[in-house]
Design a protein around this ligand. Structure first.
Ligand SMILES: Nc1nc2c(ncn2[C@@H]2O[C@H](COP(=O)(O)OP(=O)(O)O)[C@@H](O)[C@H]2O)c(=O)[nH]1
Ligand SMILES: [Mg+2]
Length: 316
């Protein structure tokens, strides 16, 4: 058997891609490799870029990546966006632009479009982050559309989250769902070349200041204006990311965040593995169907069955 862990650590993109496919398919071979990679994770800095479809997330990710490369940093990009140019669903101009990145050995791009993901998109994304981290990427950028629970869970993987808003997309503060404001460490007003940008900027800035006043948060999210297509404001955005990173590191919040993530992840792994084993046992000998017959005939309740199954498992 080939030593995939060693190959990933040595920077083989083929080994990394293979491992990611295993993770997506919940192939058991991934487990041993991940176990060996784990001590080599925790080095990368993770940046989340979220916002409505069409806000310019991919364009920003692209420009941010070039800026990071100019600083000599390597970058992993995880695009959790089915419409992302990274996934090939873009107009020709985008493809040409992205291909400049895809020929750079310092950049690894992975899209997590609508395939499989047996154990959930957020979990798979978390694993891919670890692979790219062990793979040696300095910064990992996760692009995701900010909507459902899956996406919120994905955003929690990021150390710094940038919320991208644009004028004219209905991205007003009033329209934002509860909690969306709270996830932003940095607000980006993209398409600042468009009408309404100044108004949106003023609105967000006022709201951030009110919030800072009310909640006495240790970090006040900066509001950065960008024109991603023209590479304007991207350096300022990168500076804001570096500022936030320094804040997290100096205050100990980064350690707290990562500890919290490790705790959740460990519990989720135990949860998933326990469930998988119990389910496999129940289905292997047809016991599950027999139980369902009983339940359907109302001879037993699912509550009772659940207690019995777990009770038996714990005793063994
Ligand atoms: N006018 C203008 N258009 C932009 C800007 N940034 C991105 N776009 C365009 O907006 C469209 C959507 O961009 P994309 O990066 O794919 O958005 P995503 O869906 O959030 O990833 C593309 O046609 C971009 O060229 C900007 O700052 N100004
Ligand atoms: Mg996109």
């Amino acid at each position: 058997m080939q030593d995939y862990a060693q190959q990933v650590l040595e920077g083989s993109p083929r080994a990394a891609a293979r491992l990611i496919s295993w993770l997506e398919d919940e192939d058991e071979r991934a487990l041993d490799v991940m176990e060996r990679l784990y001590p080599h994770t925790g080095r990368a800095y993770i940046v989340g870029i979220t916002g409505s479809p069409g806000a310019g997330k991919s364009t920003l990710t692209d420009k941010l990546t070039f800026a990071l490369r100019r600083q000599g940093l390597t970058v992993g990009i995880i695009a959790v966006d089915p419409s992302s140019p990274f996934t090939g669903g873009a107009v020709l101009g985008d493809r040409v632009r992205m291909s400049r990145l895809s020929t750079d050995p310092g950049v690894f791009i992975r899209s997590m479009a609508t395939r499989g993901f047996l154990g959930g998109l957020a979990k798979a994304t978390g694993e891919v982050v670890k692979v790219l981290d062990a793979f040696g990427k300095d910064v990992i950028v996760i692009e995701t559309v900010g909507v459902g629970q899956d996406e919120v869970d994905i955003i929690r993987l990021a150390d710094t989250t940038c919320l991208v808003l644009v004028p004219g997309l209905g991205d007003t503060i009033q329209s934002m769902k509860a909690g969306v404001m709270e996830i932003a460490d940095i607000f980006v007003i993209n398409k600042a070349d468009r009408p309404g940008a100044d108004q949106l900027y003023a609105e967000v800035t006022t709201r951030v200041e009110q919030d800072a006043h009310l909640k006495e948060r240790a970090w006040t999210p900066p509001v950065v204006r960008t024109v991603a297509v023209e590479d304007q404001g991207v350096d300022r955005l990168l500076e804001a990311v570096h500022d936030h990173r320094r804040f997290l590191e100096d205050s100990g919040a980064l350690e707290d965040k990562r500890r919290r993530r490790a705790r959740e992840e460990t519990l989720q792994m135990i949860h998933g593995e326990l469930f998988r084993r119990i389910r496999d046992r129940l289905t292997a000998d047809g016991e599950l169907e027999a139980l369902v017959d009983e339940i359907a005939a109302k001879r037993r309740s699912p509550y009772r069955v659940m207690r019995e199954v777990i009770g038996r498992w714990l005793k063994e």
